[in-house]
Write a protein that binds this ligand. Structure first.
Ligand SMILES: Nc1ncnc2c1ncn2[C@@H]1O[C@H](COP(=O)(O)OP(=O)(O)O)[C@@H](O)[C@H]1O
Ligand SMILES: [Mg+2]
Length: 163
């Protein structure tokens, strides 16, 4: 993985090439260090892009050692971690953009919780804006990831990124 890190500069977006799943996990771990309660992270990319792998890396970075299940069928998996609550959503199977609100999940977006959202586009414009927007593409080899900060908290997270 390429390394470029200037602790003095404000970073609004960065792109990384990730050779393999271990690299994706490592990026997630690194992002986790700068994630705070109240933040929302969108994870975008086609099926098999590595959205759940990146979420797994974030969870590992936050100290969670257990199984990280894809929330594809449950819409959300809940994690009560030492530093924060983490809600991992996957809206792939959402048929109605309001379905997640009808299911009672709006209150999960709060100041004590970090929310990771796969397939946010399925919720239309009903979701809170993200602090960080991650887009994963599948080139011939590995993955290309663009991480864009959409708030001051998101910029702080990216500016502190170690990899
Ligand atoms: N950087 C990478 N290069 C190659 N394969 C990767 C990379 N990151 C993750 N993968 C693999 O791609 C697949 C991603 O699956 P998953 O995370 O469930 O995707 P999604 O949640 O986007 O549908 C897994 O098999 C994982 O091992
Ligand atoms: Mg997934």
């Amino acid at each position: 993985m390429q390394a470029s890190h200037d602790p003095c500069s404000v970073v609004s977006s960065l792109t990384r090439h990730l050779d393999n799943d271990a690299d994706t996990l490592a990026l997630g771990r690194s992002l986790a260090a700068g994630l705070e309660p109240g933040m929302v992270v969108y994870l975008q990319g086609e099926l098999g892009a590595g959205k759940t792998s990146l979420a797994r890396g974030i969870l590992r970075g936050l100290g969670y050692l257990g199984k990280v299940k894809s929330p594809t069928y449950t819409l959300v998996e809940l994690y009560d971690l030492s530093r924060l609550y983490l809600y991992h959503f996957d809206f792939y199977r959402l048929e109605d953009p309001h379905g997640w609100i009808d299911a009672g999940f709006r209150e999960y977006f709060n100041e004590q919780a970090l929310c990771l959202v796969e397939w946010p586009e399925k919720a239309g414009d009903t979701l809170p804006e993200p602090d960080i927007d991650v887009r994963i593409e599948i080139p011939a080899h590995g993955r290309t990831v663009q991480v864009v900060a959409r708030s001051a908290a998101g910029q702080r997270c990216l500016s502190a990124l170690e990899i």
